[in-house]
Design a protein around this ligand. Sequence first.
Ligand code: SAH
Ligand code: SF4
Length: 364
Amino acid sequence: MSVNLLDFDAEGLVAWFAANGEKPFRARQVLRWMHRSGVADFDAMTDIARSLRDKLKAMAVVLPPTVISDRLSDDGTRKFLLDVGGGNAVESVFIPEDERGTLCISTQAGCALDCAFCSTGKQGFNRNLSVSEIVGQLWQANRALGIMHGDERIISNVVMMGMGEPLANFENTVSALRLMLDDHAYGLSRRRVTVSTSGLVPAMDRLRDECPVALAVSLHAPNDSLRDQLVPINQKYPLRELMAACRRYLEKAPRDFVTFEYTMLDGVNDSLAHARELLLLVRDVPCKFNLIPFNPFPGTTFKSSGRDRIRAFSDVLMQAGIVTTTRKTRGDDIDAACGQLAGQVKDRSRRTATFSVHFQDVKL
Ligand code: SAH
Ligand code: SF4
């Protein structure tokens, strides 16, 4: 079977070339063709000798996941559904803003962590995405945005906030991150690539040591008893340990703060008392807060906090000197908002998915 060269980071590609008797600089040339120029056809790699091109054609492919659908929202948000085989599909979302263009990508088909308010979690877990499937979302978005052969950078930021828990797919996530950072591939700055985690403490330490990038942590509750219910992984890594891991991460992080994500759930975690409790919790962790109005999906009983309640909550944090933003809901006409990414997942875990959402069928 052919090897998919999109599954290698730079080091892996050099090693594969070496194993096949080829020099490191050849690997870097191919890396640039694949990732910087978006070329999948070896014959189009014009500065590679014909003999090497023929050899590559016989042994390898450049195969990103296929785009099944590509939908544009009224606000410019664009959502891609990608086929990852076996009846699974994952989503990525491009969000244009004035100063930057952010691509939100997925790292798993489904998610095993089952947070109470997350559509992906409710679908169950199928499998980890491969490196080519993770980085292939960037490859395909670049192509769709029409920037494959130019130098113009439309995607300036990548956030791993799509489907799945990136740190539960550690190796592939890190290889994909390395490609995003590599000057021969996507050349993004560490500060502009963000991993979002629900709090897998040992993996946060590994990320810090192996590939520190900007970090977002999904907090959603100020105390263990509430967080145990909303984010079940908290039962394994409670808040004390999570806060300590955040502090350790900051020793090597490219930014000097952690972003805490906090989904605003009406009557659940959104009182002023909760906000004040948060201040105590994070007092030793340099941080910013990003409040996310809950995005509903079929079958959920949660509701988003109202605008006034979110403002009052935000004010408590701001008055204590914590920079707090409230996420604008983008792309909700195409179900591309946070936590609504559903794709299509065949649950292979023991837990049976309570339902499975195929986004084309969903009309909220
Ligand atoms: N698994 C990672 C990254 C993906 S989710 C994590 O949990 O951090 C990205 C963010 O959206 C997380 O903070 C997640 O908790 C939040 N989220 C999930 N479902 C949501 C929903 N329905 N409405 C608003 N935010 C949601
Ligand atoms: Fe998984 Fe993140 Fe959803 Fe929790 S919020 S179920 S960790 S994708």
